[in-house]
Ligand binder design. Sequence first.
Ligand SMILES: Cc1ncc(COP(=O)(O)O)c(C=O)c1O
Length: 417
Amino acid sequence: MNFQQIPQDGIRAASTPPPQLSGILRRIATLGDMLDRAVGEQDHPLRIQIDEIHGPVHATISGRKTTLFGTNSYLGLNFDPRCIAAAHEALDKWGTGSTASRVASGNQQGHVALEKTIADFYGRPDAIVYSTGFMANLGSIGGLASDGDLILYDAYCHASIIDACRASGATFKPFKHNDTADLERALTEATVPASRILVVLEGLYSVWGDIGDVIGLATVAKNHGALVLVDEAHGMGMYGANGRGVTEVQGAEHLVDAIVGTFSKSVGVIGGFCVTFHPALRSLRYLSRAYLYTASLPPAVVASARTAIEIIGSEPDLRADLWRKAERFCTSVEAMGYVLRATPGPVGAIRMRGLIQGLEFWRDLLASGIYVNLLIPPATPNGEVLLRFSVSAAHTDADIDQFLAILREFAPRAISA
Ligand SMILES: Cc1ncc(COP(=O)(O)O)c(C=O)c1O
């Protein structure tokens, strides 16, 4: 492998859009064209196809047996026999789909039971289930805030939060990532009453794998009287004695008005939710367009999500196993000289020198039977190119050793210069 093989200016030349295009087509051609030419058709980072799946973290990709270090199945529950059995049973009894929105004929006994399971899991009176985590943000933030309100959000928040802010009709402004002083400034400068301000942040930021200062930021927000919403998409299942996320582990649950989450990470299926202790937020069911105007989750997904959440709440050993593996992996990676972008944990990222090195490294890992995520701008902070990895409780010690051995072999070329 030679990271310098593809000349940098080759990328720049390839990024020039074909001259016959104009307007919208010319604009959108640029990035795809650049990546396609740089990487070629084979093993394209944004078009990887899994040909066969052999469990939560093993697959066949391009004819190769591959260990997945780029999934969000942090606890391996997408292949847990209890979750699969629950899905089978619901499929047989309820069919393949609900075929309607919750407010039409798509509100089945399973959806209501799932909401009770989530509310109990978080120790809150009420929960609302959405069809994805993206829609949970669209629906909750878009339902809560509107014209005349102000949303202050952490600058590194997920795209679904930004899109939710856009769709809400409220004014929205970022504050510096994890910066309590900047949030304080933004709240002090606000020209609307604090009761009309919603502060949005995340528990675990999934690009670098760094955790949010939920306790610090929520304290600042509450001192001003603002509402606080935390997206625990990645933290759920991974952090906290009960698996409720970073908000739980930092002792900040009493400061947080609403928690948004997803079933597509630790829970192992698809779907999203918002949980709250405010009775007033029951109205979200009538205000969230992403709840009202889309079909509800299929019964098998609902049943499997319920079972997974019960497992997350009742089996802390699974979480302990995940952390044992993640800490061993990260300690070894750092000892080799790689620099992780955040405090070691189950999600981490190694910064690459640029697109060329990132593509080469990612492709060489894949050729060696390891899949990680290649993250490039605009999905990354500061225009960084990152190799993002995630450790799962489903990884065996042998899987981790395999990845470590490859990283050790690549280290001299990857870290030097
Ligand atoms: C912080 C955060 N929120 C929301 C989502 C969207 O979740 P889903 O994939 O369930 O739509 C993601 C997905 O990666 C995420 O990272």
